[in-house]
Design a binder for this molecule. Structure first.
Ligand code: DGL
Length: 227
């Protein structure tokens, strides 16, 4: 393994920074390349066909250019649609980011959990499968919000965030039948841990679950023993 070979972290925007942070904490010395497809942002409002073609093509070009030891798709939208295509096309380990429904179902006492992602993510069959496999005895409320993605980007750009805008964006989740009993929420978009504090104000008493720490651990495991 070339010690200069980086870990490639990819997202449509700044969301992958929520995966970068635990990865950097676990692997302080490994070079990391962070790539954002800002020309394609936001992914959440694009069609499945468009993303299934775009994501593998971009990752192919990034891998050619940076020769990473491992690639991370730090985006639930891209992972739930294109992870298999990317793995089939690339000859290196690829770590995806998919909604943390399993740990959320393990933690929920009320048996009502939410999945907050992008519009594209929450409609994916992949989410149906995770729900059937790990949360069959739960009511699973889904909501996609590109507004929250835009607010997270704005926050990282230094703009003030209006709490009323956050509250309005999560309201459709609470308005679904059973919404008032939701005690656990999957942050199924890597942008959302970046606005977790603001979301907590809008959703008091709801525990948030996201996969970023687990992904950091997975990356550390897959690169163990490497220089
Ligand atoms: N950060 C991405 C995700 O996890 C999506 C943001 C976007 O809509 O581009 O789904």
């Amino acid at each position: 393994m070339d010690p200069a070979a980086p870990i490639l972290i990819f997202d449509s925007g700044v969301g992958g920074l929520s995966v970068l942070a635990p990865t950097r904490a676990l692997l302080p010395n490994v070079p990391i390349v962070y790539a954002a497809d800002s020309a394609g942002f936001p992914y959440g409002i694009r069609s499945d066909a468009e993303l299934a073609a775009r994501v593998p093509a971009i990752l192919g070009r990034l891998v050619e250019r940076f020769r990473p030891r491992l690639a991370v798709i730090a985006c639930n939208t891209a992972s739930t649609i294109a992870l298999d295509h990317v793995r089939a096309a690339l000859d290196l380990p690829v770590v995806g980011t998919v909604p943390a429904i399993k740990p959320a179902a393990e933690r929920s006492r009320s048996r009502v959990i939410g999945v907050l992602g992008t519009e594209a993510t929450v409609r994916q069959p992949y989410v149906d499968e995770l729900t059937a496999r790990f949360a069959a005895d739960c009511t699973v409320l889904r909501h996609g919000s590109s507004k929250l993605v835009a607010l997270a980007e704005a926050k990282l750009g230094g703009a003030p965030i209006d709490p009323a805008a956050i509250a309005a964006a999560v309201r459709p989740l609470l308005d679904q039948p059973g919404g008032e009993r939701m005690d656990t929420l999957v942050l199924a978009c890597t942008h959302f841990p970046l606005i977790a504090e603001e979301l907590a104000v809008a959703l008091p008493g709801v525990e948030f679950v996201d996969g970023s720490l687990g992904i950091g651990r997975r990356i550390a495991y897959l690169t163990r023993g490497q220089p």
